[in-house]
Design a protein around this ligand. Sequence first.
Ligand SMILES: [Ca+2]
Ligand SMILES: [Ca+2]
Ligand SMILES: [Ca+2]
Ligand SMILES: [Ca+2]
Length: 479
Amino acid sequence: MRNRSLRISTGLSLSLALALLVSVGMPVGAAQVPTNVNTSARPGNEAEDAIAINPTNPSNIVAMSVLPGPVRGTFEAVSFDGGLTWTRQVIGDGDQLGEICCDQQLAWDSFGNLWMTYLFTDSGNVPIALSTDGGLTWAKVADVVPVKPKGVGSPKTIGSKGNQAHLRGTASGDQPSISAAAGSVWVSYTVYPSTVVQAFGAPVTGLGQLGDFTAPQNVPTAFGRGNYGDTAVGPDGQVMVTYQDQTVGQGGARIYTALDRDGLGGDGFDHPRFFARTRVGGFDYLPVQPHRSVDAEASLAYDRSGGANHGRLYAIWTQEVKNESDNMDIMFQYSDDDGATWTSVVRLNDDAGTNSQVNPSISVDQATGFVGVAWYDARNDLGDGGPGDTNGIPNDDVQLWATFSTDGGARFAPNFQVSAGTSNSSGAESSFDFGDYRHSAFQSGSFYPVWSDNSSSTGDNPDGTLHQLDLYTAQVTVP
Ligand SMILES: [Ca+2]
Ligand SMILES: [Ca+2]
Ligand SMILES: [Ca+2]
Ligand SMILES: [Ca+2]
């Protein structure tokens, strides 16, 4: 399934990245490992994780996870005290939301609306649900039927990470992502079986106040292919979508962006712009995700803070140094012109080794303009029985690591370890491993990454140490 024609050298950009990493300096001292919190502490696996913080009440945090396997619904943990205590529930198990299969993602707007997109078990539609009480209760407000455009074929090699609804003969949304800001909420997704990317949005005027959703509109893609990307609404209501063009295989993909400059206005998405090359394919297998594999997880975040870097667009993705080396790194760039031009690429993981860093997330604190990035990191797994190794095998155990920037991405703090323990996805006894993504949230100086963890470092995993995964978070306070 590998596409050899897209094995394009990126040696030049990587050298540039290493040079820049040295030149930017490291201004902030290393942090201590923050207190880890097990938000789920339930039997079975919680993997593929989302989190959001209420900007109108930053003590209100919602974390969510897929429940892999035959379990119906998605796991949700709600806190109103900054993560000290949690209300835990399974939603979408046949209630008004339908039966949630997977791919839930969250966005909290400045009115206090918490938005969720997800996929169904029994339909290929793409829904949006809304909570106006801090995540305790939900109502489905959109249920969009993906439309495969006429004349668009289905590539022979095509990947999906969704609900397999296409096997029952219907077009199916895959990997929806959501963003809410500037008086609007937007979702983009891929229509399977094709690799057409579509997006729809609605105006939002207050808490629980929304207008009609637009019809799905096509996002032009390079060569008609895109998936596994992200959606970001800018401060003026502009909508940026990113995606990678290889949905299968382990070979390199190209990452593109497309912009709808007037958002809910009548103009559509412009032509795709090439953004970055990666040697991470659509299903790129490596020891830390041996069953599920990873993709490049290109992710976007706008600064809407009104501060010095208002309007800046940040992007991260995963890069493999040499194809199939499993030496994956987390890369960073930003743009001050909505993706027309980008800064030179910078590598964010600052380890000196060749182990894997995967599944990055980025978030901007809209109160301060600070930028936080976190990822699964195997740097300490040398296979030597040390604290980052559970089994004597190198590069298959992970910890969660992070960094942040307080100056608009010019400089980043030295990387610091967030997870107190070391996790191993094979121990999860699930072909889903850690899932396809993990997220983070950043509000009013507190950065909360969320991740799946089977270290049992908090001592309350009912499945025991190095068995099934629980949903962890930690408060990282950024000065
Ligand atoms: Ca528009
Ligand atoms: Ca690869
Ligand atoms: Ca690496
Ligand atoms: Ca190991």
